[in-house]
Structure formats: C-alpha cells, structure tokens
Write a protein that binds this ligand. Structure first.
Ligand code: GLC
Length: 427
C-alpha cells in the first residue's frame, strides 16, 4: 500500500468509526452480501448540473421524511465527460462521500468492471419490472444490475411549428425545409457537435439512421468502413459545408443549442426532452408557444430516425458507509411520485412505463408516445468497459470531419482503426 493509500484507508476507517458512534449503533450489521457499510445515515448524491432545477426539490421531500438520513446534493458541471472524470477520480480515491452517484448509461460497464458499483442483488435487489426495458438493460453488466434507472433519454426533433406546418420525417425533407430558415433569416438545424460525449450521440444517430452501425452485433468488430456509415457522417459534413448547420454548432453542447433555439435563432434542434419544459416556460424564451416536437428524421423509408439511448441511473458506491440509506434513496428516486414530479417539472423522460400512457400526462405532454417509441427503438452506444477510448475515437475523428480538417473517408478510416483498437482493450 502506498502512503497515500494508507492515509486514505485510515481516514475511511476513522470516518466509519465516527459514523457508527454518531448513529448510536442504529444501523444494520454489515454481515450481509453487501459487505461493509450497510448502514443508515446521511449521504451525498452526486450528479451533473441540475439544469431543470428539479433534483433539490426531490431531495427536500426525502429529507423532510428522513431527518436522520439526510441527502446532500453535490452538483457537477453540465458536461458529460467532466462528470465522468470527476466520478473516476473520486472512485479512485475511494471517497466514501460519493454515496449515490448518477451514472450515464454508457459508464455502467466501465464502473462495474472496475468494481466501484455495489451490485444490486441480495439486500439491494430492486424490482425493475415497471420500468422501460431498455433503461434496465443499459444498467446491467454481465447479467447483474448495477444501477437503478432514474431518467431515460431519447432524441427528439424540436421545431418551430409557427414556421414549419408539418415536421419533416426524413433527413432529405429536413434539408429541404432549410429554405424556410433562409427565408426567415435564421439558422436551419443543429444538434450537439462540440468535442464531447454529445458528439458521439449525434454521430451514432446519423450512422444508425443511415442503416450503419459503430460495432457489429456481437460488439467485437468496428463497422465504420461501410457505405451506410459514410452516408450518415456525410449528411452532417455536407450540412456544415453548405451552412444548413451553422458553423458555431461545433461549440454546441445541449445547453448552447437549447439557448440558440429559445432565442429564436434555429428552425430545428435535435436535443433531449428536458428542453421542452425550459423552452416553453423560461421567461427569456422567444419561442414559448411555437414549439413542435417530432421524432428524429429518418432515412426516407417512413421509419423515424434511430435515437441513441440516453439516460441516467443511480448507483451505490462500494465505498459508501451508508448503503442502506443509499438503496432506499434510489427507490425513492424511482417512485411514481418523483418520476411524475420530474416529468411535470422538468420534462425528463420517466423510466416508469405507465407514465407514458397516463391520459393527464399525455394531455400535458402530447409527445410522450413519440418519446416512448424513440426510447424503445433507441440504439445503445457501444456497451464495453473500454467505452472511454471508443467514444474518444468517435469524437476526435468526427470533429475533424465536421470542422473540415479531415475528409469523411479519412475520418471514418481512422475512426474504424481506433474503435477497433479500443474495443480490443488497446489505448
Ligand atoms: C444526456 C444523455 C446521456 C448522454 C449525454 C451526452 O445527458 O442522457 O446519456 O451521454 O446527454 O451529452
């Protein structure tokens, strides 16, 4: 053990001893399958920036009911890759204060393989039968559930219904509608094209919609050297070249695109459902009553485009001293009450299947059936413990293609080689 590890271990065990004293022995014995730390007590919940301001109210509800097991929110930035790196650093430091962490579904395999997430078995078994199946599958690694889905995500096409009478159903129709943007002196279309996880989401959608894929079905071979993958990436490259996607979109993450759309500067925006609540209610929104929501545009065969499966789940850190509280808190986040609050307050995509058919909710959020279809048919991003290297290969090369420093062919050839290397465990 290195000196830092020894000190860290001493601090952790001191922390445990203090907690046990503070709990007055009220916690359960750690003699179950969960190992150490199956106690009740205060915990911290770590997640990305709460753009929709709905998480603290949920925690307030929990805290009012559980004064001895208070939850403190630790907010990270609103950027997926930075959230990932923050979690990795804290797991590596065996930080007992990161009790419950919100994991983006693409990180679950990596974190589970590293042994950082408490398997949700035995005392921690969650009944997930009421949830949308893809959300549960995405948190399952080698047959074991490692995190409880708390919000799903499917890509949607937000559009200006005051300017576009009928939403385009294919990429070609969308491009044709760019003449409407020109006539109104606004930009046509954007998604997330900054060099971060959101770019992988958008590139995967373009490639999958064109009939291609990043990996073969068994996940063992990169499949980016196909005409379909080329067609998908080329659609975006061409749209950047002719200005149908504005140049500044290479700096857009979710929030910058939302802002441009809310400011009335964009005709179409690919984004996640959370945009709906903010864009229809924020005082500064110029488009409050002008927003239509449609499925992502498809390949011209009548089917909608292929969304990447997004979403987050809550996992218990193996280093938490208060896993019992952590577990109960995850169940609370999955409860119908909180899932409804997060839909009505922040238009997050619920994980509970029944909410998509609730007549009052469908009345308020007419796009719910569209969203459910988007999620049920969404394509997961590659499921592998080596995901960070896979996404980096996609991001780096796609960014070069979109910003014009590599041809589509060269970008795909390099992406193919780097993705193949990444899934084989190379760097
Ligand atoms: C959303 C999605 C998540 C995705 C991220 C990319 O937060 O839920 O799955 O990785 O956007 O920016």
């Amino acid at each position: 053990m290195s000196r830092t590890q020894t000190v860290a271990a001493a601090v952790v065990s001191l922390g445990t001893a203090l907690t046990l004293t503070a709990c007055g022995g009220g916690g359960n014995s750690p003699s179950d399958a969960a190992g150490q730390g199956n106690e009740t007590g205060p915990i911290t919940y770590v997640q990305g920036k709460d753009n929709s301001s709905i998480v603290q109210p949920a925690i307030d509800k929990w805290n009012a009911l559980h004064p001895d097991q208070k939850v403190t929110l630790k907010e990270q930035t609103d950027q997926a890759d930075q959230q990932h790196d923050d979690l990795v650093q804290n797991f590596q430091a065996e930080n007992a204060d990161y009790d419950v962490v919100s994991v983006d579904n693409i990180w679950t395999s990596e974190f589970a393989a590293k042994g950082w997430l408490q398997p949700l078995t035995g005392d921690y078994e969650l009944d997930q039968s009421a949830l949308l199946a893809p959300t549960v599958k995405a948190e399952t690694y080698n047959g074991t559930l490692y995190a409880g889905p708390t919000s799903s995500d499917g890509g949607l096409l937000f559009y200006r219904k005051d300017l576009v009478p009928t939403a385009p159903t294919s990429w070609d129709e969308l491009m044709e509608d760019c003449s409407i943007a020109k006539a109104n002196n606004i930009d046509c279309y954007a998604g997330q094209y900054a060099q971060y996880e959101g770019l992988t989401v958008n590139i995967a959608e373009a490639i999958n919609t064109a009939g291609g894929s990043i990996l073969s079905e068994d996940g063992k071979t990169a499949t980016l050297d196909t005409p379909e993958a080329k067609e998908g990436l080329n659609r975006l490259v061409t749209a950047f070249q002719n200005g149908d996607i504005p140049k500044q979109a290479t700096t857009y993450q979710e929030e910058q695109g939302r802002q441009a759309f809310q400011d009335g500067k964009l005709l179409f925006l690919r984004n996640w459902p959370y945009v709906y609540a903010l864009a229809t209610t924020e005082g500064s929104s110029q488009v409050k009553d002008k927003i239509g929501v449609a499925p992502l545009p498809g390949n011209g065969d009548g089917k909608p485009g292929a969304s990447s499966l997004g979403g987050h789940a809550a996992a218990i850190s193996v280093y938490s001293d208060h896993k019992k509280t952590a577990f109960e808190f995850i169940k609370f986040l999955q409860s119908e009450e909180i899932q409804k609050d997060w839909l009505t307050g922040g238009s997050l995509a619920p994980v509970l299947s029944s909410l998509y058919e609730d007549p009052a909710l469908v009345e308020q959020f007419a796009y719910l059936p569209t969203l459910k279809t988007s999620i049920e048919n969404a394509v997961p991003r590659p499921v592998t413990p080596f995901y960070p290297a896979v996404t980096k290969a996609v991001q780096d090369n796609a960014f070069s293609a979109l910003s014009g420093s590599k041809s589509t062919d060269a970008a795909l050839a390099d992406m193919q080689a780097s993705v193949q290397n990444a899934i084989s465990g190379g760097q």
